[in-house]
Design a binder for this molecule. Structure first.
Ligand code: HEC
Length: 277
C-alpha cells in the first residue's frame, strides 16, 4: 500500500520530509537475498521499478542546496546506505555537491563506490592489520585474490549493515552489544559512525574477527551460524544475546551466504582448512 503513495520530487517540503526516511527501504524493497559476485539491483517488477525511480527523485531533490537543512541533513546521512550509494544518479549528485561544500558523509559514501580509492584504502588497511596475515605474502605485501575481493565486498555491502540493523523485536542490533567496548569480551566488533559508515581499517578488522568464528572443517557448527539462532542443546549453550533470527529470515540468510563462502576464499588464499573455531 505504502509503495503506491510514495511521491517523486514534490513542491511541499513537509511532504518530502515525511517520505524521505522511507527511501531507505523502498530502494531495495522486493529484492531477493543478495548473492556474492552478482549484481542485485534489478527491480523485481515494472511497478517496483517505477516506485524506486520516484523514491530516487525525491531523494535527489532533498540533496539540493535549497532544501530545508533538517531534511537535507537526514538525506546526507542516508547517502551511505548500500542501495543508495550504488545508484549512479545519487553518485553524480554527491560528486556535484562536493564541488562546492565539504561533507564527510557524502565523501565517505563516494569513496566506497570508487573502485580505485576502495582498493588503495583496502591495501593500506591490510598492511597495517595484524589479523590480516592470510592476506599478505612473506614480505608483508598485500595479496588479494578475486575470491577474497568479492567476498569482502559482499561483507561490506550486506553483512556489516545487517549487523548494524536494529531488529524489530527489541530495537537491538548485533553492534549494540558486540560493538560496545568491554560489553562482550569474547567477541568485540567495531560499530560504525552515525552515518552507518565504517572506515576501511574498521571494516577489515570486523571481517577478520567474524571470519575467525567460521569453522572451515565443519562449517555448520560455526559459531557465527549457531549463536544468532540461540540453539540450546546438551552440546551447545545458546547465545547470551538471545535468539536473533529464525533460520529463514533474510538477515540470517545474508550472514549464512557469507559464512558458506569462506572455504572458497581461504582456499584462494592458500590457507589450509581447519583453522577456524
Ligand atoms: C543483547 C546483546 C547481544 C546481541 C544483540 C547480540 N549478541 Fe552475540 N553475544 C552476546 C554475548 C553476551 C555473548 C557472549 C556469551 C555467549 O557466547 O553467548 C555473545 C556471543 C556471540 C558469539 C560467540 C563469540 C565467541 O567467539 O565466543 C557470536 C558469533 C555472536 N554473539 C554473534 C552475534 C550476532 C551475529 C548478533 C546479531 C545478529 C549478535 N551476536 C547479537 C550478546 C549479544
Amino acid at each position: 500500500m505504502l509503495l503506491r503513495f510514495i511521491p517523486g520530487a514534490t513542491k511541499n517540503p513537509l511532504t518530502s520530509h515525511f517520505w524521505l526516511p522511507s527511501v531507505a527501504w523502498v530502494i531495495s524493497y522486493g529484492d531477493g537475498i543478495p548473492e556474492i559476485d552478482s549484481a542485485n539491483n534489478k527491480p523485481s517488477s515494472p511497478e517496483i521499478a517505477a516506485v524506486r525511480l520516484r523514491a530516487i527523485e525525491l531523494y535527489l531533490q532533498t540533496l539540493r542546496p535549497d532544501t530545508p537543512v533538517m531534511s537535507r541533513s537526514i538525506a546526507l546521512r542516508m547517502a551511505n546506505i548500500t542501495a543508495i550509494r550504488q545508484n549512479p544518479a545519487v553518485q553524480a549528485a554527491l560528486r556535484k555537491l562536493l564541488e562546492t561544500e565539504k561533507n564527510e558523509a557524502a565523501r565517505n559514501a563516494l569513496r566506497s563506490v570508487d573502485p580505485q580509492a576502495w582498493m588503495s584504502d583496502l591495501q593500506d588497511a591490510v598492511k597495517n592489520e595484524p589479523l590480516a596475515a592470510s592476506l599478505k605474502d612473506a614480505q608483508g605485501k598485500p595479496q588479494l585474490t578475486p575470491q577474497f575481493l568479492s567476498d569482502f565486498r559482499y561483507f561490506s555491502d550486506y553483512v556489516a549493515p545487517e549487523l548494524n540493523r536494529p531488529q524489530r523485536m527489541d530495537e537491538m542490533s548485533c553492534m549494540k552489544c558486540h560493538g560496545v567496548a568491554g560489553r562482550v569480551p569474547s567477541m568485540e566488533l567495531t560499530a560504525p559512525n552515525g552515518d552507518g559508515y565504517w572506515s576501511m581499517p574498521k571494516m577489515l578488522k570486523n571481517y577478520l574477527t567474524l571470519q575467525q568464528r567460521v569453522n572451515l572443517a565443519e562449517i555448520e557448527t560455526s559459531k557465527l551460524l549457531r549463536k544468532p539462532l540461540n540453539v540450546q542443546t546438551g552440546k551447545e549453550d545458546g547465545h547470551q544475546g538471545g535468539r536473533r533470527y529464525l533460520p529463514a529470515e533474510r538477515g540470517y540468510q545474508i550472514i549464512r551466504r557469507w559464512v558458506l563462502d569462506q572455504p572458497r576464499v581461504m582456499q584462494s588464499l592458500g590457507a589450509s582448512a581447519g583453522s577456524g573455531r
